[in-house]
Structures are given as C-alpha cells and as structure tokens.
Design a binder for this molecule. Structure first.
Ligand code: HEM
Length: 444
C-alpha cells in the first residue's frame, strides 16, 4: 500500500470540538478523494460530534443491509408516508414491488429510444450552443416524466421546480448539511410551497386519468351511457377529456387491486408523485457532472466519443458509470441508528454505535476501497457493476435505477455526439448542492 502524504486526521484531532465537523464537511465537499483515502487507511470509522462516517466498503454494505437498525428516520418528516420513508415494513415491501412491476424492464429499449429522441430534438434545436443544466439535463427527464411516467398536463418548468425543492429539502437539509437557520427555513418553506402545488396537481391528474380509464373500461360494458355523461359533464365544465395511451400512471390506474392489497387511488397518486420527484434533479446532476468530467479528461473524452458512435452502447455506458464514481451525485447516504450495534466487529476499527446516532455510509469512499476496487485511483471502465453505489444499496436501492441506467448514459451520449463539443467554463453550483448552470457549444 502506498504511503499517503495528507494529514487530515492530524488537523482534525487538533481542532476544537466545535470545529471538527465543519472541517470534515469541507473536506468531503472540496477534496473528497484524498480525505476518504486517509480515512480508509487510518480511521475507517470516524466518530465526529455530529455523525459517524464509515469509509470502508464492508462497513457501508453491512450498515445498508440492516434497515431496521440503520433507519431512514430522517426522511419521515420530509416525505410523509411515501415508501422511501418506511424501513422494511409491509408498506415498503408492497409498494416498492408493485411499482417495480409497473416500471416493466421490458420497456427499457423503448425508454432509451424515447430519451435519445427527446435529447436529440433539444440539441438539434439549440443552434450550436446550450446552457445544458436547465435546457437539457433537467428538461430531458422532465419530458420523460410526462411521456413515459404519464404525468401529463403540467408545465415542465413546474415539474422541474417540484422535484428540485423536494430533493433539496429531503437530501440536503439535515444536521450534517451546514448552513444558517435562515437558509434551512428557506428550503423548508419552498418545499412546503411546491408540495401544495404538487398535491393539487396529482389530485387533478388522478381524477382526469381515472375518468379516462373508467371510460375505456365502460366502452366494453354497458356503462357507455355513464361514459358519455361523464364526458359531457367534463365538456360542460370546460375540461379536456384525456385519451389514453400507455404510460406508468395509466398502468397503475388500469390495474385494479382488491382492498386487501391496500393500493388505492390515494397510494397510486403518492407513488406517481414519487416518480416525478425521484427522476429529475438526480438525473440532471449525474448527467451534468459526467459530461464535465469527460470534457475535462481529453483521453477519456476521445474514447467516449468513439464509443458513442458504436451501435452497441455497452462500452459507452461503462465509461459513464466509471466517470460517475469520481463525481457521484452525493458522496454518502445517511441513516439514523435505532438500536445499539457494533460495526466492524472483531477488527481494529470495531466501534459500538448508540441508538440515535447519525451515520454516513460514505459510498464514494467505498467505491475507492482497494479491497474491492483494484487500482481504485485509475479510470477502468469495465469494473464489476455490482460494486458501484450509483443507485444506492440494499433495501432502499433506487426504484428508478433501470430507467436511470438507460437515461443517464443516453443523455451523455447525445451530447458527446455533437462534433467539437466543448465547455466555456465549469459547472456553476451557485453555492447550492446541484449544478445550476453550465455552458456548452459545438461545431454547427
Ligand atoms: C429515473 C427516475 C428515478 C426514480 C423514479 C427514483 C426513485 C427512487 C426511489 C423511490 C427511491 C427509494 C427506494 C426505497 O426506499 O426503497 C430511490 C432511492 C435512491 N435513488 Fe432513485 N430514482 C430515480 C433516479 C435516480 C437517479 C438518476 C439516481 C442517481 C444517479 C438515483 C439515486 C438514488 C439513490 C442513491 C437512492 C438510495 C437512497 C437511500 O438509500 O437513502 N435515483 N430512488
């Protein structure tokens, strides 16, 4: 093992208690890789005054595999009764599996083609230059949310804003996100405000779509009169009648479950909202960061551009996933301990964790753990997919991961297919957690 030359832990140990976590946070945000390397080698379980960091692959996976011990309690206040805020209970199992079935993996070739088409249309209309974050990284998933998930009838700018404030408050407004109280409240206020619009929209969407589904079913039965009456009433109310194609919301409403399954229209609506919230800002961040990473690495840019032209996307996608290891959407996940547990039992790093402790399984560090990742500092595109944490790990692994697995690389691919693609600066985060602005141009 090569000797490391950094001295983060010396600085950490010498700092006053109140300064310790701010130091850790700064290093995670600004120089994560050397900091995590020193942690893995010298103090793989770092106990700070705010939370405990786990830097090794084995500890990260151990903790994420025990949802009742290391819980998502921090999600509860932010997400209400959505499946993501439930740990290994009936609702989580039931709704996650139902939604996995609705997001049929057989759709994926079509989904990739839809993404390619949406992406190409935006880029071809851009006249050789684009502010990629708002006009592309957010706009493509927002369009997919309409066209594939079926959240129609809202402006894409609204969908983007609803996802944004939910993601900001859910994932970047916790005790280990350092900011002023005013800023915390500002994020909560925006989350509340957009939630009111989102709930109103979902209720309207459910009514509109349920009517269309019932109408479709009525056509085949003697209920056609009722259908016509409904249609008439809606017309009299000045509302447009939906015609049905196939999308996820329609699939959910076309499926009828007995009461014992406990998946009524309200649960369908909550899960439709979850699809929107999950899809946009995550994809946007991953795509913007991977594009920047590749544009900044001439050797890999060249290889990626060559792979982008191949019919089989396998080589291209592998480059994207390896790039995301260096620039993930977040370096860690977070959990709260429900009962005492000893991590790393029988090793020198063994640490007993008390109930109520915040834990950061540092997934980016785990993706550089040399016990699992050979030559972790090298860019090696054909690594074992199962070792990546891009879509989480364990019980809460991402519901949308298969969609993300085609959407993210296809969006990056379409950009790299533009001849002479280049950036005029770097991503501007405007002091927040998400990419906000990034100017790209290419040869017309
Ligand atoms: C494409 C649409 C997407 C949807 C509908 C979606 C939805 C979800 C849902 C519902 C969960 C919680 C699952 C559970 O608690 O069992 C989840 C978890 C997660 N998602 Fe996604 N997601 C999407 C895209 C993405 C993307 C693009 C990324 C990253 C590049 C991502 C990263 C994650 C991660 C890391 C978790 C785990 C969170 C944790 O363990 O606390 N998701 N996603």
């Amino acid at each position: 093992m090569t000797e490391i030359t950094t001295n983060y832990l010396e600085q950490y140990d010498a700092a006053a208690d109140a300064d310790k976590f701010p130091l850790v946070r700064r290093w995670m945000d600004t120089e994560p890789l050397p900091f995590f390397k020193e942690l893995r080698e010298k103090r793989p379980i770092l106990v700070t005054p705010v939370c405990i960091l786990l830097a090794r692959f084995d500890d990260v996976t151990e903790v994420l595999n025990m949802p009742k011990v290391f819980t998502v309690e921090l999600y509860v206040a932010k997400m209400g009764d959505y499946l993501m805020a439930h740990d290994d209970d009936a609702l989580h199992t039931r709704e996650k599996s139902l939604m996995q079935g609705m997001l049929n993996r057989d759709d994926l070739p079509q989904v990739r083609a839809m993404v390619a088409n949406i992406a190409k249309t935006i880029l071809d209309g851009a006249d050789g230059g684009i502010e990629i974050v708002n006009d592309y990284c957010r706009m493509v998933p927002a369009t997919l949310v309409q066209d594939y998930f079926g959240l129609t009838g809202a402006d894409r700018k609204d969908l983007i804003e609803w996802s944004y404030w939910n993601q900001y408050d859910n994932f970047h407004n916790h005790p280990f996100d350092l900011m002023t109280e005013e800023k915390r409240q500002y994020i909560i206020d925006h989350h509340k405000a957009v939630s009111e619009h989102l709930v109103k929209y979902i209720v309207e969407l459910m009514a509109r779509r349920l009517l269309a589904v019932k109408a479709e079913q009525a056509k085949n039965l003697l209920f056609s009169l009722w259908y016509l009456a409904c249609k008439l009433v809606r017309q009299l109310m000045g509302k447009k009648n939906d015609t049905l194609t196939d999308d996820i919301v329609t699939r959910m409403l076309r499926s009828s479950f007995p009461d014992a399954v406990d998946f009524d229209i309200k649960r369908v609506g909550i899960n439709a909202g979850g699809l929107l919230i999950g899809a946009i800002e995550t994809t946007s961040q991953a795509v913007a960061q991977v594009i920047q990473y590749l544009l900044d690495s001439p050797e890999w840019l060249n290889k990626a551009v060559n792979a982008a032209h191949l019919d089989d996307p396998k080589d291209f996608d592998a480059i994207v996933w390896e790039a995301l290891r260096f620039v993930p959407i977040a370096p860690y996940l977070f959990r709260k301990t429900a009962s005492e547990y000893t991590v790393g039992k029988g090793t020198a790093r063994e640490t007993t964790i008390s109930p109520g402790t915040y834990i950061l399984p540092v997934t980016q560090s785990a993706m550089f753990d040399p016990l699992i990742f050979e030559n972790p500092d090298d860019f090696i595109p054909d690594r074992n997919w199962y070792h990546y944490f891009h879509f989480g790990f364990g019980s809460h692994e991402c519901l949308g991961r298969y969609v993300g697995m085609v959407m993210i690389p296809e969006m990056v691919r379409q950009v790299l297919l533009k001849p002479g693609i280049k950036a005029s600066g770097s991503i501007d985060y405007k002091e927040g957690p998400f990419p906000e602005q990034y100017e790209l141009s290419w040869d017309k």
